[in-house]
Design a protein around this ligand. Sequence first.
Ligand code: NCD
Length: 332
Amino acid sequence: MAEVTPLIRDELLPPRGPGRRHLISIRDLTKEDVERLLALARTFSASLDREVKKLPALKGRTVVNMFFESSTRTSSSFELAAKRLSADVMSIKASGSAVDKGESLRDTALTIGAYDPDVIVLRHPHIGAPQVIADATTAHVVNAGDGTHQHPTQALLDLYTIDEELGGIAGLHVAIVGDVLHSRVARSDIQALVLMGARVTVVGPPPLIPRGIEAMGCEVSHDIETIRDADVVYVLRMQKERMLEGANYVPSLREYTARWGVTPERLRPGQKVMHPGPMNRGVEIDPVVADAADALIERQVRSGLVVRMAVLYDLLTHGPVEVKVAEIEEVA
Ligand code: NCD
């Protein structure tokens, strides 16, 4: 069988032979992998402006979305991405599934695996859950968020958005502000931005910044004024559902907003503002900032679609393939 360029070089993954690749962590991507995926996403973006948006690229393939945590953006964009590529798509949510009846993740995986899906996209509250799916099935696994660990496609769509908007990533300064401690987006974004040559500063109150995070290649600031230096201010949600009960990360949300909220006064004209959503308007981000022309929040959602199309396509077509949308016959 032909050599396959692995998308993922995660030594934790059992050797499965060529052809079965996963996207579990940004850590496992090289700069070339990221560049290839962003280029593919750019190619797919041409299909968004067409009257008929569907491409036959993954016709006959099956993509299963398993979402065991709340999601609007990520689940809808994976579903639409797979549909736009003509794959058969099945979406399973924890509530209303056998998970409600106490079924283990492995047993759910074995059940779904019996249909021989080509790709399983998983969102799960537990770190490492994508590996359970990878071990129990023969599908390619895409991590759509596992606990506080990783959310690699969010990082890729953020890179894509920055690249499109600012004409490159290397040399930019990105400030990531807020609840870094509970954020899988922050972890994936720091790794992805550093990999692509950006400078990253995480900004927030000490209890919300993980100790030792500098080891990921970023700087740390506990002064909100630092965000004024950045080209891009990336605002994180206060992730209350992930905070330990009884722990006082901040005295109160009102206090948090007063000291760390991203307001027009704390920004410089021309700075781009991003947020992975869902936003808590009036908490971590002022509504005026969220709705301003320099906010890229809706752009991020649009990027999510083409980036996820690229990831699905890349996993299933084994790496670097040049695709020209114009050359792919449209499917009515
Ligand atoms: C993020 C997530 O779920 O990790 N949201 C998303 O995927 N759009 C960020 C968050 O929940 O705050």
